[in-house]
Design a protein around this ligand. Structure first.
Ligand SMILES: Cc1cc2nc3c(=O)[nH]c(=O)nc-3n(C[C@H](O)[C@H](O)[C@H](O)COP(=O)(O)OP(=O)(O)OC[C@H]3O[C@@H](n4cnc5c(N)ncnc54)[C@H](O)[C@@H]3O)c2cc1C
Length: 391
């Protein structure tokens, strides 16, 4: 039986563990997931905004999320363990609403054409149509908008991670709480994962699913993985008014917001010159008062009266090369698989990435969705796959 060691037991590592163990008639694997913190305090999967959309600019991201939403809709039965309660990730589908100023109309239309070619359920709205649909929204400065009519929304990321983990464990995957500190290597092959306890887990196959910390794992075998932790703060707030039908709104300022139960959450991407690698996970509190709240209140006048109720910060595991996932083998090493660099859209892609990496390991190639556009080769050959819709 081939032994697989997965470094990182977040949503990506756990989805890979699940898909590897999900085929009872195929080859069986001896799977160990090495996760240093079972409470997932810093894991992106637990600190995520946990949303899903098909409004991307590249075919591969659209296809991955189309599979993601199908998987999420039926997850309860798929990931149920025996007679236990059906896992519930609280999926809702109110859509994403992208707002564009006159300068952004061209890109919005271009993206719309790509999305329509992939049968995404999305519509372009004029400012008048927008006002009719969402009377609580100011259309000042908006020239066009794009609304997902189905298949887009949000869910609970931590429950998703736990559902994958519990199902993977029920299929035989072993979760070990330990810090991986190195890889044992023989020529082009990795033979084991070294732990801080001094122990080594022997392995025929190793998977790097270490999220924002994945570059360290790659470094152990001399591979330069262009993935860094980029801190993203999320703020929650309450508002005395309700906003009927409120989708996840992406404002022209780049700020996003969405309902979260009876409250709202919002966030932003800091400008490039204030977005260092691997910054400590301290919330950028001043950002809320300085520019998030004023911009929100301009777009949605009811937000004049909001009250901040909480905040947290987590890492985007950012692929600095082209803001897309890096999946599969590196040409220098025959059995170290990468599933990294999701750059803010990894949670919705964990079903597609998990299934894809499991196929690569099992069959030596993709069988369902061809994820080769996300291979390491594009980086080595300097062929960026640019995703314009990074939030
Ligand atoms: C604020 C925020 C908002 C987001 N919003 C969205 C969104 O709306 N939609 C979406 O799809 N995605 C979103 N993302 C991105 C998404 O959350 C991530 O892409 C996804 O969770 C990555 O999963 P992962 O398993 O690779 O990483 P993680 O969940 O971080 O898991 C990696 C695990 O590896 C472990 N680990 C690392 N190094 C070692 C080691 N040496 N030894 C042992 N264990 C190790 C860590 O402890 C960690 O648990 C968001 C992220 C953030 C931070």
């Amino acid at each position: 039986m081939r032994r697989v060691a997965i470094i990182g037991g977040g949503a990506i590592g756990s989805a890979i563990a699940y898909f590897l163990g999900a085929d009872p008639t195929g080859e069986a694997f001896d799977i160990t997931v090495v996760e240093r913190d079972f409470s997932y305090r810093q894991a992106s999967s637990a600190l995520s905004a946990s949303s899903i959309r098909q409004q991307f600019s590249t075919a591969i991201n659209i296809e991955m999320s189309l599979y993601g939403i199908d998987f999420f809709r039926t997850l309860g039965e798929t990931l149920r363990v025996g007679d236990d309660d059906v896992p519930d990730i609280g999926l809702v589908e109110p859509g994403y609403l992208y707002l564009a100023s006159a300068a952004g109309v061209h890109v919005l239309r271009e993206n719309h054409a790509v999305q329509k070619a992939h049968a995404v359920d999305v519509a372009l709205l004029t400012p008048d149509e927008l006002k009719a649909r969402f009377p609580w929204l100011s259309t000042e400065g908006i020239a066009l908008a794009s609304l997902g009519l189905s298949g887009e929304g949000w869910y609970d990321g931590y429950s998703l991670l736990q559902a994958f983990r519990k199902k993977a464990a029920s299929q035989g995957a072993r979760y070990v709480q330990a810090h991986a500190t190195g890889l044992r290597r023989q020529g082009r092959t990795v033979t084991g994962v070294q732990l801080d306890s001094g122990e080594t887990i022997d392995a025929d196959i190793v998977v790097n699913a270490a999220g924002a910390w994945a570059a360290k794992v790659a470094e152990w075998v001399g591979i330069d993985l262009p993935v860094r932790g980029r801190r993203r703060s999320v703020f929650s707030f309450s508002c005395p008014e309700t906003l009927p039908g409120c989708p996840l709104v992406i404002d022209t300022s780049g700020i996003w917001l969405r309902p979260e139960g009876r409250q709202f959450i919002c966030g932003f991407a800091p400008p490039a010159d204030r977005d260092p690698d691997d910054a400590p996970l301290d919330v950028e509190h001043e950002a809320f008062d300085n520019f998030i709240w004023p911009a929100l209140a301009e777009r949605i006048p009811a937000f004049e009266a909001v009250r901040m109720t909480g905040a947290w910060a987590g890492y985007y595991e950012m692929n600095l090369f082209d803001h897309n996932a890096i999946l599969g083998l590196h040409p220098d090493c025959d059995n170290l698989y990468f599933a990294n660099g999701f750059s803010g859209h990894g949670l919705q892609q964990c079903p597609a990435a998990g299934r894809g990496i499991a196929e690569l390991i099992r069959f030596g190639g993709y069988r369902s969705l061809d994820l080769s556009p996300l291979s390491f080769a594009r980086i080595l050959e300097n062929r960026p796959l640019v995703e314009k819709n990074i939030i």
